[in-house]
Design a protein around this ligand. Structure first.
Ligand SMILES: Cc1cc2nc3c(=O)[nH]c(=O)nc-3n(C[C@H](O)[C@H](O)[C@H](O)COP(=O)(O)OP(=O)(O)OC[C@H]3O[C@@H](n4cnc5c(N)ncnc54)[C@H](O)[C@@H]3O)c2cc1C
Length: 274
């Protein structure tokens, strides 16, 4: 039985209905939503879910995962699907990749988050790294399906083609909307037969690349998602190109080692003169 305290906090136990392997180190997990919870789990494209479990020592392990499925139109059941990438030694992602199976119950919080785009006419773009594709897949798929006057450019950075999440889903957007969906892929550890040379998608590279790919000034909204270093580099490149802060939306999944913001210097205590 669901406890009323859990339900008040927005958590409900949902049954896993599908676990699909995306790559060697990532899965897509779909939850069944009972009809009485359809409205509670209706999400905006780009929102995320908190998932919670109890660890071996009885501790609560709670992590956030973005919804990759497009937002369902009103009247249709919501599709709750998240993409989870394995983090070495990571407690929740290891459980999701190695243990979670169809039929399991998971505590799932109702959708939250402001990294969203309500479909409207315009030209939008995203810069994503690794699992940062997850919310942007929902944003782009919902936008292109619902708004014929919208265009979307996805610039994605991954290590190798084999480790790229949602390769087929993104290729499907390209097939369905050849005139409205533009895809640029950069692999950091592998050369591609066609496309851009390999390497990191850092601030300098983006500053040179973006104006060659897009009319940067007339993009209506930028969506940056992934590790802190990539999101920060993309934001700095865009700001350097004169993009207004109000047009830049960010979702940081993880602060990677070495790229965390330097802690603010401590104020030197004032000495009162003797
Ligand atoms: C808003 C938001 C949305 C997110 N959406 C997704 C998503 O759609 N898909 C997804 O796979 N993840 C997503 N994440 C990241 C996710 O919440 C977890 O942080 C991640 O799965 C690691 O959890 P863990 O319990 O396996 O690792 P932990 O046990 O928390 O961490 C183990 C070690 O790995 C490091 N670490 C933690 N997270 C990462 C990471 N992402 N990459 C590399 N090292 C890491 C930690 O610093 C620690 O040293 C999102 C995070 C946020 C804040």
């Amino acid at each position: 039985m669901e406890s009323s305290a859990a339900a008040r906090a927005g958590f409900h136990p949902l049954r896993v209905s599908e676990v699909d392997r995306l790559t060697d180190d990532s899965v897509a997990v779909t939850f069944a939503v009972p009809p009485e919870l359809h409205e509670a789990y209706r999400h905006l494209p780009g929102q995320h879910l908190a998932l919670r479990r109890t660890g071996e020592q009885g501790e609560e392990i709670r992590r956030t995962y973005s919804i990759c499925a497009p937002a369902s139109p009103a009247g249709e059941p919501p599709v709750l699907r998240v993409g989870i990438r394995l983090v070495d030694g990571g407690s929740f992602s290891t459980y999701a990749l190695k243990e979670l199976t169809v039929g399991d119950l998971v505590e799932v919080m109702e959708p939250r988050g402001r990294f969203t785009l309500a479909p409207r006419p315009g030209h939008f773009a995203a810069v994503v790294g690794g699992s940062g594709i997850t919310p942007v897949l929902s944003i782009a798929a919902t936008l292109l399906a619902r708004e014929p006057e919208a265009r979307f450019c996805l610039i994605r950075s991954d290590r190798t083609a084999a480790s790229t999440m949602f390769l087929d889903e993104v290729a499907d957007l390209k097939d369905r909307y050849p005139d409205r969906f533009q895809l640029i892929t950069v692999l950091s550890r592998e050369e591609q037969q066609a496309g851009l040379p390999s390497g990191r998608l850092d601030r300098e590279r983006l500053a040179g690349l973006l104006p060659a790919l897009l009319p940067v000034d007339s993009i209506d909204g930028w969506f940056l998602c992934g590790p802190f270093g990539l999101v920060q580099g993309a934001e700095q490149a865009l700001r350097g190109l004169g993009v207004d802060r109000a047009r830049i939306h960010q979702e940081i999944f993880h602060v990677d080692d070495g790229s965390a913001p330097a802690p603010a210097p401590r104020p030197t205590p004032r000495r009162t003169p003797p």
